[in-house]
Design a protein around this ligand. Structure first.
Ligand code: ADP
Ligand code: ZN
Ligand code: ZN
Length: 754
């Protein structure tokens, strides 16, 4: 290794909405501490900010200020990770400092405190002083001093603790409290008697600490699983970047292929990153990994406290784990020697972060995989149209698992025409099927993509509909709380008994949500044990897992839920799936609504018949002839793809074009309109200068024209080539000036077009 020249001038990114980085001077006394990847405290205008050191620069034109302090003893990111952050910042047109901040765990932020210090000339000034990382948890451990015998008068808990400590190396205060009911008085007594000594050390908070994992062994694979695994192993042995689509129907054993591919990668001394949608990141999945592997496994999801997340991050950084399982943000996990990245349920929209730094973890997995020379597996029963297209084009290796494991049949699905029966929650066939399944002791899932009780309240006399005053949506009635709620902001009102507009008593509730379906199910099947899973019932930590556990352990006969129940779960006892309404997603004004509907129905159907008993699926629809619904019912992905790809080609949507959406928002409708006009004219001018062929559509009112009191206008950019789109966006962003009251968000590869 060559000695690095000392850092005298450094390039620093600050976590602000600024697209440039800044140069600072390093005073000689700090020079040995500064390295790429550490944080530094820097003067910025009249305040001090934490910035990230990106590297050293030879010289600078700027008038340099010195950094105030170095905040980390060790770098927080490596040069390789920095290259990945830079790529992401540039691709998503987001400030580098904010990208780095997103990539690092929140718990890393150290406490700081103002302290008065005096400078040499006697004037006082305020300075921020570090007082240590609050993220690190320290615990007191007690250790027996072997030379000392417990005195004869020691009794009870204190004696038992003393004896226990003589049999172990040491024990933490919390363990002793848990197991012996120890209190501070007991600890003091043992210390005073000189029986034990106490010391502090750093501990990790492990969310799965209490669980014991049964060991399991690899299953013997069927032919298609073996074929897929062979190709993946050949690619990992090759040591270069290799992306695959693992297209396997629901219950085809994709997870088993991931597990064995990962085992192979670990054998070669490399590490694995597994991305799953937040909602599928259940204890069931984590258990499968923990039972299979005895290496360190880190789990990252949104239910962790900042402290727990920081602990997991440090275990990864210190190479104490070989597998990371996590939701979206785990794409930034600091794994070294990455050999494989798995993106399970790659079609899931939740891989896209739709606020702030708008990245897509599924797409970044390919970028990171390429940078790390790793294998990337995108797995799904219903891959994105764009993914399947790329596989057909040969850009991704195509691995297919066309059948369920153990030759289980695909569930038998029937489409029920609900036209003309709007008033009924259940058509007679579905009601009868639920009754039969209940009698036979099978479990039933009922799917409906709407929570709450009724979708809206309408006055039969004047036609008034309850709407949110802050958002352009109707309010949803929640019966248990007897209020109407906005699902986009916090607004709610008590349920009115008369029309607020005309005073008529003829107010009716239209549409139905999961709460209403639950109520009807309880009325129809009073003896059934009924559960509901949606955002209202799974609030708080572990709520989601609790409901799933009830189903797994057979304590629920009928589970009603939103898309939460559709995702990747494996419930052998479920023999009937009913789709109460298949149409809600079809009517969303988005070019992907057919694709979403096809995916959702296929995924819900896939929950049936994964055990020994065959599964049955009944789907009620007001649009039974729509190809998204008909093809899903027929298990016909190819057929759906061929129809949908034709539409995409004609309309110039992905994969035949790349998109970027600009959303302008603000509290004043006229200011937002002016801002959007300005943005559009700068775009057109820039397009002319660049002789670009990017299509500029809009500005138009966004489908959700107002959210939380902010008016929203959109401009959509469409381009056949990606570089061309980026050239236009980068130049536009540098040139455009908008009034401070108008906010502009640039969304590259938007997923949510509302
Ligand atoms: P997918 O992820 O494709 O939906 P899973 O990997 O969850 O499917 O597999 C479904 C079930 O089949 C799991 O319980 C799994 O243990 C089991 N399984 C997987 N592969 C095999 C195999 N080769 N033989 C028998 N059972 C298998
Ligand atoms: Zn009225
Ligand atoms: Zn609202």
């Amino acid at each position: 290794m060559t000695e690095q020249p000392p850092f005298t001038i450094i390039d620093v990114a600050v976590p602000l909405r600024l697209y440039t980085t800044f140069h600072y001077a390093v005073p000689p006394n700090l020079a040995t501490l500064v390295r790429t990847g550490v944080r530094v405290l820097v003067p910025f205008g009249r305040r001090k900010l934490t910035g990230y050191v990106l590297g050293t620069v030879a010289e600078s034109e700027e008038e340099l200020k010195p950094i105030s302090a170095v905040l980390d003893p060790e770098p927080l990111f490596t040069p390789e990770e920095l290259a990945f952050f830079r790529w992401s910042a540039s691709y998503y047109l987001h400030p580098l400092g904010e990208v780095i901040k997103t990539a690092l765990p929140a718990g890393i932020n150290v406490e700081s405190r103002k302290r008065r210090v005096c400078s040499a000339d006697g004037t006082g000034c305020e300075e921020e002083v570090m007082v240590g990382g609050k993220g690190v948890r320290r615990e007191t451990f007690y250790r027996a001093l072997p030379s000392m015998e417990p005195p004869a008068n020691l009794r009870g808990k204190a004696l038992r603790m003393a004896e226990f400590l003589r049999t172990v190396v040491d024990a933490s205060a919390s363990q002793l409290r848990r197991e012996f009911g120890a209190t501070a008085a007991h600890f003091r007594r043992l210390l005073e008697l000189g029986l034990v000594e106490a010391s502090e050390r750093e501990v990790y908070r492990d969310p799965f600490r209490e669980e014991v994992f049964a060991c399991d062994t690899p299953l013997s694979l069927n032919d298609s699983q073996s074929a897929a695994l062979e190709r993946i192993m050949a690619a990992t042995d090759g040591g270069g970047f290799a992306p695959f689509l693992l297209h396997g129907v629901t219950g085809s054993g994709k997870t088993e292929v991931y597990l064995q591919a990962i085992a192979h990668v670990l054998d070669a001394g490399k590490t694995a990153l597994v991305l799953v949608p937040e909602i599928a990141l259940t204890p069931q999945l984590v258990r499968r990994f923990k039972s299979r592997f005895d290496c360190g496994i880190a789990v990252l999801h949104s239910g962790l406290s900042d402290g727990e997340r920081y602990d997991e991050w440090r275990r990864i950084r210190r190479n104490e784990v070989s597998i990371v399982i996590g939701a979206r943000s785990a794409i930034f996990a600091p794994l070294s020697a990455l050999g494989i990245i798995v993106v399970d349920e790659e079609h899931e929209a939740s891989y896209k972060q739709s606020e702030g730094f708008r990245y897509n973890a599924r797409d970044l997995a390919l970028v990171r995989g390429k940078m790390a020379h790793a294998v990337v597996i995108l797995g799904s029963a219903t891959p994105l149209l764009t993914t399947y297209h790329a596989a057909q084009d040969g850009k991704l290796g195509y691995l297919s698992l066309p059948c369920r494991v153990r030759n289980l049949p695909m569930p038998q699905a029937e489409l029920l025409d609900a036209r003309g029966r709007r008033g009924d929650t259940f058509l007679p066939q579905l009601a009868a099927a639920i009754a039969d399944n209940l009698a036979a002791g099978g479990q039933t899932l009922l799917f409906l993509n709407r929570r709450g009780f009724a979708t809206f309240l309408v006055c039969q006399d004047c036609g008034h509909v309850l709407r949110c005053p802050n958002c352009s949506v109707t309010l949803t009635y929640h019966r248990r709380r007897e209020r109407h709620f906005c699902h986009y902001c916090d607004y709610s009102i008590p349920a009115p008994s008369v029309c607020p507009e005309c005073g008529s008593q003829a107010v009716g509730l239209l549409g139905r949500g999961t709460e209403r379906v639950e109520e009807e199910v309880r009325e129809l099947f009073p003896l059934a044990r009924v559960g509901r899973m949606d955002r209202d019932t799974t609030g708080g930590r572990g709520g989601h897992a609790r409901v799933l556990k009830g189903l797994e352990e057979g304590r629920i006969d009928i589970l009603i839920g939103t898309q939460m129940i559709a995702k990747g779960h494996d419930f052998p006892g479920v023999t009937l799936v009913g789709v109460v309404s298949a149409d809600a997603t079809l009517n969303i004004p988005d070019f992907r609504s057919s694709e979403r509907t096809f995916q959702l129905i296929s995924q819900v159907m896939g929950r049936a018949g994964r055990g020994d008993a065959p599964g049955r699926v009944l789907i009620q629809s007001l649009a039974p002839d729509h190809y998204a619904i008909a093809r899903a019912v027929a298990h016909d992905f190819e057929g759906f793809y061929n129809e949908e790809i034709g539409f995409r080609r004609e309309a110039g949507y992905p994969p035949f074009a790349h998109l970027a959406a600009l959303t302008l928002s603000g509290n004043s409708a006229s200011e937002v309109e002016k801002g959007a006009e300005t943005a559009a004219s700068v775009l057109h001018r820039t397009k002319g200068e660049l002789r670009s062929r990017v299509e500029i559509l809009g500005p138009v009112s966004a489908p959700l024209a107002k959210i939380r009191g902010r008016y929203r206008l959109q401009i959509l950019l469409k381009s056949v080539g990606r570089p061309e789109l980026h050239r236009l966006l980068a130049r536009f962003r540098a040139a455009v000036r908008l009034p401070a009251v108008v906010r502009m968000a640039i969304d590259v590869d938007p997923v949510d077009m509302l």
